[in-house]
Write a protein that binds this ligand. Structure first.
Ligand SMILES: Nc1ncnc2c1ncn2[C@@H]1O[C@H](COP(=O)(O)OP(=O)(O)O)[C@@H](O)[C@H]1O
Ligand SMILES: [Mg+2]
Length: 257
């Protein structure tokens, strides 16, 4: 298995309070690392720490974040900018905040692609169309001309994933990507991640509070509780032989059909 991202002993504080404590985890190429934990356990902060987009009040006080052998905490701002968006891509919980309401979908693709590649408008358009086909968006040509408010939440979420696909990131970090969606769209987005896993060279970190999503998609599982990873296992061991009392409770509370 090829490591894409490795987090070592990462501690993040806001003031005196530990938001994350000694986090260790690894994301591998072609695998989905599922992160599960209740609201407030630090899942989103962990994603932002990896992307280096923590709120200004939060400080990384310890640890390393290796992206292909390079500690992201030591690279220059310019290099970080180049990595972010190009190699590391975050798909957020609420797609509407990720879009600029006065820009068409096509200009979102252009801005994203222009930031990392030298391409003609025609090439950019083709890549945008291909990415939109991949995520099963209907009428991509027409969608390119639309503004974000003209699309449903489910469609916007898929456009956001298409934007990530267009740049062929090596790590996708998806923070509760299905939480704001109805059941049909949830299913489609999960199927899409499954395809990204099998058809690209990427690693996926998938954050959820839904154990069903873990069961369906994760290869490895990290359970977060109050800023710590209290259980870390492959998905089979996670369901068959949970170690921590909190994980056992989590699994018991799941209604089995
Ligand atoms: N901007 C912020 N300022 C201060 N505290 C924050 C901020 N964002 C999150 N927190 C705190 O950090 C902790 C982890 O939050 P978060 O990562 O959003 O949890 P989760 O995504 O698991 O629901 C919580 O205690 C939350 O109150
Ligand atoms: Mg969150």
């Amino acid at each position: 298995m090829e490591k894409v991202l490795e987090v070592k002993d990462l501690t993040v504080k806001i003031g005196e309070k530990n938001i994350l404590t000694a986090i260790n985890m690894t994301a591998y190429k072609g695998r989905v690392l599922g992160i599960i934990g209740e609201s407030g356990s630090g899942k989103t902060m962990l994603c932002h720490a990896i992307m280096q987009s923590l709120p200004a009040v939060a400080q990384i006080t310890e640890g390393q974040i290796f992206y292909q052998q390079e500690n992201l905490l030591n690279v220059s701002a310019a290099k970080l900018r180049a990595y972010r968006g190009r190699h590391l891509s975050m798909i957020m919980q609420n797609p509407s905040t990720a879009f600029d309401r006065i820009q068409t979908i096509e200009s979102h693709f252009r801005e994203t692609l222009k930031a990392h590649f030298a391409m003609s408008k025609k090439e950019m358009r083709q890549i945008a169309l291909d990415a939109m086909y991949k995520v099963n968006l209907p009428n991509p040509e027409q969608l390119l001309r639309y503004y974000p408010f003209q699309l449903s939440g489910g469609m916007l979420q898929r456009v956001m994933i298409a934007l990530s696909l267009a740049i062929q990131a090596s790590l996708y970090i998806a923070d509760e990507p299905t939480t704001a969606l109805d059941t049909v769209n949830q299913k489609q987005v999960l199927t899409l991640f499954d395809r990204i896993r099998s058809e690209t060279e990427a690693a996926i970190i998938l954050v959820t509070h839904d154990i069903g999503v873990i069961a369906e998609l994760a290869d490895d599982v990290a359970v977060m509780y109050q800023g710590e990873i209290i259980e870390y296992a492959n998905v089979y061991d996670f369901f068959d032989a949970p170690q921590h009392p909190y994980t056992k409770k989590l699994l018991q509370s799941r209604i089995m059909f």
